[in-house]
Design a protein around this ligand. Sequence first.
Ligand code: GLU
Length: 312
Amino acid sequence: MSALSRIGRFAPSPTGPLHFGSLVSALASYLDIRQHGGRWLVRIEDIDPPREISGASATILQQLQAHGLHWDGNVLYQSERLPSYLEALDQLKQKDLIYYCQCNRPRMQRLGGIYDSQCRYLQLTAKDHAIRLNVGDRVPTKGGIEGEIEREDAAYLSFTDQILGHYQQCLRAEVGDFVLRRRDGLFSYQLAVVVDDQYQGITHIMRGSDLLDSTPRQIYLQQCLGYSQPEYAHLPVAINPDGQKLSKQNHAAALVPGDEAHNLFTALVWLQQEPPAALAKQSITEILDWGIKHWSLAKIPGTLEMAAPQEF
Ligand code: GLU
């Protein structure tokens, strides 16, 4: 693959303004892609209206610009992509890989979140049921789906994370048939992210380690749909002193306008890129230029979580 064909993305959900943790993800992906002369895209994942905060999309885009993280092309909004998600569901239906599920939340809670496939063979049709992907005993191959296989290891999926190394998950035992469309009609993150990564030609995904265990589901879906598989790199997640991921719900401090150069420098230090102290006094352009030139994946700690800098 030529360096020019590298395409990355930052894909925030508009659930609040950027905080230090989301800035780190945006910055890391940006520097990695720019170092390779690739295209860096922004996609707003606004497919879950109940969780959205009004005005958050605009704020996030404005914060990215203020940090000098300029994207290529137009921003893609998932809310405008619903027909494509339906099309993907249709493709899966033709391969007999999805089914309607009537199980409710209390039942799922009793199952500990891992679905037992109860509805798989009930042939339900009602449209107000959830839609699940059958991860059963099938082994996806590059060209499509092979038949049922009895082997115990058939449902294992593994990939090599560029930061964390080998990662393996048994979808059948650890996840079960998962939801692609909820009973309220909303499409799941897993489906939308896979359809859009393919649509946008994404080759390199860099994001927080909180999404590491979603990756096998996404790879499985890619294989079911005959899509190509991007490279993955999962960054440490910034946590607060209580051990929680920084988020709006956990009252993470919003990034303060005017502090952009400081935020970028602090993020580079946190990612252990070892910027020289003098860079702290430079402009955002100089900090980003230094970051692009010196970006090193190998320096990023291969760990799931790290304490956020105190001020954040
Ligand atoms: N929209 C997701 C989030 O904000 C990220 C999706 C992704 O990077 O795959 O957590």
